[in-house]
Design a protein around this ligand. Structure first.
Ligand SMILES: [Mn+2]
Length: 248
C-alpha cells in the first residue's frame, strides 16, 4: 500500500488553514513512512497539476492524506484515466458542488469532476450529507446524485450499507474519499466547517470495515483534518485510526 501526504490547504479558500499539517502528524502518530507530493506555494493551479502528475505515476493501492478536499479533484482525475467505469464514494457533511471553475476549490471539486465528465454522476455515492444550500441541492437533483443523510444511517445503518455495497460493486474501480467532517464535531472537532448531527466514530468504522471488503477498492483519501482547530489531539488520533483501519 502506498501512503502519500498532500500537505496543502490552498484549496480551502483560506478557511481551513492548518490542514496542511495533518498528513505529517498522522503519519508520525502511526510511525509510518510516507511519500509526499510537491506543493507549489500560493498557486492552486500548479499545485493541482503537481498532485495530478504524481497521482498518475502511482501504481497499486494507495492512500492519500490531505490536505483540503480540493486534492480529490486531481487525484480522482488521475485515477479515472483509462478506466472503464470508475466510481467515487464520498463521506462528507457537504456536497462540494458550488461552482464549476478552474482551479477547483474544496467546495467545488465534485461539481467540476461531474461537469468536465471525468466522473459519471450515477457513479457517485455521498454518505453523511447534511449541509444543504440551494445551489448544491439543485446540483444533486439535476444529476440525480445518490446521497444518504445521517438520519438514514442512524435508523437503518446495515441496510444503507448493503445498498451502497451493491451499487459500488458495479464500478470497475472504486475510490473512497473521506472528509473528516462527516463525523459529528463531538468526535472530530479539528476541522474548518463543523456540522452538527453527524455520524459517530463507531458508525464510520462500521462502513469502512465493510467497504474495505470490496475487491474493486483501490484508492482512498482522508481530508480536511485541521490540527490548529483540534482539541486534545482527538481528530488527529481519529485520522490515524482511520488510516490504520484502511491498512489492515
Ligand atoms: Mn466537508
Amino acid at each position: 500500500m502506498n501512503i502519500i501526504k498532500i500537505e496543502t490547504s490552498q484549496g480551502s479558500l483560506g478557511k481551513n488553514i492548518g490542514c496542511e499539517e495533518a498528513p505529517g502528524l498522522i503519519v508520525k502518530e502511526l510511525k509510518l513512512n510516507a511519500d509526499s507530493i510537491d506543493i507549489i506555494n500560493n498557486n492552486l493551479e500548479e499545485t493541482n497539476n503537481s498532485i495530478y502528475e504524481k497521482a498518475k505515476s502511482v501504481k497499486g493501492n494507495t492512500i492519500f492524506i490531505g490536505g483540503d478536499h480540493s486534492i480529490t479533484y486531481s487525484t480522482f482525475k488521475a485515477f479515472a484515466e483509462g478506466k472503464k467505469n470508475p466510481g467515487l464514494i464520498i463521506f462528507d457533511a457537504h456536497i462540494d458542488g458550488v461552482n464549476n471553475f478552474n482551479p477547483p476549490t474544496h467546495e467545488d471539486f465534485l461539481k467540476v469532476l461531474v461537469e468536465t465528465r471525468i466522473l459519471k454522476p450515477e457513479n457517485i455515492i455521498l454518505i453523511g450529507t447534511r449541509a444543504f444550500n440551494e445551489i448544491e441541492t439543485d446540483f444533486l437533483n439535476k444529476y440525480k446524485i445518490q446521497y444518504y443523510k445521517p438520519e438514514q444511517i442512524f435508523t437503518n445503518m446495515e441496510d444503507v450499507c448493503d445498498v451502497i455495497m451493491e451499487k459500488a460493486r458495479e464500478f470497475s474501480n472504486l475510490y473512497i474519499s473521506l472528509d473528516i467532517d462527516v463525523l459529528d464535531p463531538a468526535y472530530a472537532p479539528g476541522t474548518g466547517y463543523p456540522e452538527i448531527n453527524g455520524l459517530n466514530t463507531q458508525q464510520l468504522f462500521y462502513f469502512l470495515k465493510r467497504l474495505k471488503l470490496l475487491k474493486n477498492l483501490e484508492w482512498f483519501d482522508l481530508v480536511e483534518i485541521n490540527p490548529k482547530l483540534d482539541l486534545r489531539n482527538i481528530t488527529i488520533k481519529t485520522g490515524a485510526e482511520i488510516i490504520k483501519s484502511m491498512l489492515q
